[in-house]
Design a protein around this ligand. Structure first.
Ligand code: ADP
Ligand code: ASP
Ligand code: MG
Length: 406
């Protein structure tokens, strides 16, 4: 007998019929002789509706009440799935985050899981009950409801699997696994049989929202193998696991895009110690995450600094930078939210050269201008004009021969 943790995302529980489909899959796993813990997301679109309601109610809703509101989508699906399983003759019981409890820190809307209470789950499993847990939510030490950030049910699932030392952690979604790029952009994208934690972490951070970044960090830390697969068929999916020797032979394993960043350029700054701190300290104090940063070589004692921030933080960031312009002696600041970040990822880059140059050549052949570049050991990212996003993904996918027919 194995302990199986399964997570079903929003599209897999988007209608009553789809919840019935999930119940049948869960029941089948149980009938095969396994203990089953199921984590579910809200029905697709529901969390977006809740976020929109909060925004309609006030400009800056209290963080505590925001989490109380947006966590409710999952309460609906755990109850419906448990009812359905009971109707089919199984013992099933739903749990909200605080009932498990899933203890988190107090960072509302981006809380981190600290501990999972095992007792209730173990007790239920012992008497043959299927345990159904609300994803995306937890409770802090003061008893406040918290949420884990968008896509957070993935992290709930991996954390529960790690906490219970489950034998299997399956993340069911609406595609068959992790692909070389978003299969909705490139229909001939290839499904990967396996991918290392490190590559998956880069892919998730660089725009592939198929897994929440933190779920991958968690899996890496606690050595949980994640099996990403479809809730609509029985095809084998993709294993997210420790790097092995085969993975290094692949030069590029994925292409991602991200349209959620905006670019800010501060012009004509006197080039002297302290100017970067003068800009980035106040941004970090305001909890704004800065991604790429480029400082130009100075010309006649003046330099420019360009960086990217999440689009949602652009207004706030511009206000802060405008506030420090005089202090740092800069001539001006401008921003552009019509940009996208295109990245190629692969652990094979560590041991092969020429990957970045091939990326630049490919983009230039399409007349796509590169505005910023950043690299790490296993990725290269370029900022380009956002209208070229899909084209760039397609031509890079082709250039690195990632298609299923290559
Ligand atoms: P769920 O509702 O199950 O959590 P998500 O919408 O969060 O599902 O994630 C699945 C989606 O991720 C897919 O429908 C796909 O469009 C998108 N996606 C982006 N990049 C990739 C990739 N490299 N491989 C697979 N799916 C990807
Ligand atoms: N329902 C939450 C969201 O839409 C969590 C999740 O689906 O993983 O972000
Ligand atoms: Mg998701």
């Amino acid at each position: 007998m194995a302990l199986v943790v399964q997570k079903y995302g929003g599209t897999s529980v988007g209608t009553i019929e789809k919840i019935r489909n999930v119940a049948r899959r869960v029941a089948r796993t149980y009938d095969e002789g396994n203990d089953v813990v199921v984590i579910v997301s809200a029905m697709s679109g529901e969390t977006n509706k809740l976020v929109a309601l909060a925004e309609e109610m006030c400009e800056f809703p209290s963080e505590r009440e925001y989490d109380v509101l947006v966590s409710t989508g999952e309460q609906v699906t755990i109850a419906l799935l448990s009812m359905c399983l009971q109707d089919m003759g199984y013992k099933a019981k739903s749990y909200l985050g605080h009932q498990i409890p899933i203890i988190t820190d107090s960072a509302s809307s981006r809380a981190r899981i600290l501990e999972i209470g095992e007792e209730n789950i173990r007790e239920d499993l012992k008497n043959g009950t299927i345990v159904v847990v609300a994803g995306f939510q937890g409770v802090d030490a003061q008893g406040n409801i918290t949420t884990l950030g968008r896509g957070g049910s993935d992290t709930s699932a991996v954390a529960v699997a790690a906490g219970l030392k489950a034998d299997v952690c399956e993340i069911y979604t609406d595609v068959d696994g992790i692909y070389t790029t978003d299969p909705r952009i490139v229909p001939n994208a290839s499904k990967l049989e396996k991918i290392s934690y490190e590559e998956m972490l880069e892919m998730a951070s660089l725009g592939a929202k198929v897994l929440q970044i933190r779920s991958v960090e968690f899996a890496d830390k606690y050595n949980v193998v994640i099996h990403v697969r479809s809730s609509f068929n029985d095809n084998p999916g993709t294993l997210v696991m420790k790097e092995d020797a085969d993975m290094e032979t692949v030069l590029v394993s994925g292409v991602t895009c991200n349209k959620d960043e905006a670019k800010i350029s501060v012009r004509g700054i006197p080039d002297k110690p302290g100017i970067a701190a003068g800009i980035f300290v106040p941004l970090s104090e305001a909890n704004i995450t800065v991604d790429m940063i480029i400082q130009n070589v100075s010309l006649d004692g003046f330099t420019d600094i360009t960086f990217t921030v999440p689009k949602g933080d652009l207004k706030k960031a511009m206000k802060i930078v405008e506030g420090v312009l005089e202090d740092i002696g800069a001539k001006g600041v401008e921003c552009d939210d019509k940009v996208a970040k295109i990245s190629i990822i692969g652990v094979g880059m560590r041991s092969h050269s020429g990957v970045a140059s091939k990326m630049f050549t490919t983009l230039s052949q399409e007349g796509i201008n590169i505005q910023m570049i950043s690299t790490s050991e296993i990725k290269v990212s370029c900022i380009i004009e956002d209208k070229y996003t899909e084209l760039a993904v397609r031509v890079l996918h082709d250039a690195f021969e990632l298609g299923s027919d290559d």
